[in-house]
Design a protein around this ligand. Sequence first.
Ligand SMILES: O=C(O)CCC(=O)C(=O)O
Length: 360
Amino acid sequence: MIENDLSTSLSKGENNNSSLLTRNELRKLKKVQLKKLQAQQVIERIEKAPFKKIFSSEPTQYLCLTNICFGGIGGVTTEKISNIFKSFNGYLGLKLTHGKPYSFIIFNTPSDASRARETLNEKPCDDLDGKMMFIEYVNLTYNNFINQIKNSDKVEIPGLILIEDFITVKQEKNILQHVYSTKSWIPVQDRIVLHYGYSFNYDLNEVGTKLSNLELPSYMNPLLEKLNKLFPSMPKFEQLTIQLYPVGTGIPPHMDHHSSFGPNVIAFSLENPVIMEFKNLKTDKVVNIDLPRRSLMMLKDDVRYAWSHAVRARKSDLLENGQVRERGQRISLTLRTVNPDRICKCSWPELCDRNINSKS
Ligand SMILES: O=C(O)CCC(=O)C(=O)O
């Protein structure tokens, strides 16, 4: 089936110069076209829609990378892909999908998108270990893709990674069973918390004392294994905080102490979603991000070192589509590494506790 499509597309003259190619070049070209068709067919199958309905032959401002997704070959990350595209004029942002084989790049205008596509499409990419990107224009009438893009392109907080459905339903059930059967909860303001590895000093947002239960609970293992696969260079997490937020409660704006903790802070959301409020401490820009149930949020770079985050204490959240969502009880699991020497070498000295005695 794919071979047939391939011969048709080559004979239709989509590659007009194919008759001038050597046999070796023709073989390579066929291989590339085959991979491209395979990627397209996977999308058609997932979307249950034909290629022509999903993609446009005319440039639009939205590019779809049909064979690139989060955690794919070479450990694709937001940074890797945004580094590739941000040198092009009009680059606005990207949405990597998780669990689906495609991603989106958003440009200001169709001609901006077209310049990037012409440069990168079907060319080996050094930043992706030589892998080629197959790039198509998203059809503006294909709402399933347009909605996914629109939900993501309004704001990008540098360093914030959100992976939906990171935790399976079964894993969530298992974790919740364990968490709810634990007796050693500590009250903090209106919520209750559990600490593993190290305690957490909520007055200073810094690391507390080393605990006797240094091991993280074994129900965390599947999440840690998945994390290691996606981010192989991630160091071992030494501190886990579990928080139970009854409806109406939250956590005040804070930034995890720079010198206590390492460059990556990870928080999982269980049982119910919540809106988290982020504030850029230099510009005061405020951005609300919806953290879905069973998602992973990673804070690194700017958002780790130069933004505060908070869950406002209230009983409902206003969503971007204007709907009000009632809150439900939420459990969060926060993972941190601990800086052994309590020294921070971040690039935000003016916001770093090595320079200011911050009690944020
Ligand atoms: O509830 C959360 O997801 C985040 C908790 C948090 O900000 C923290 O543990 O510092």
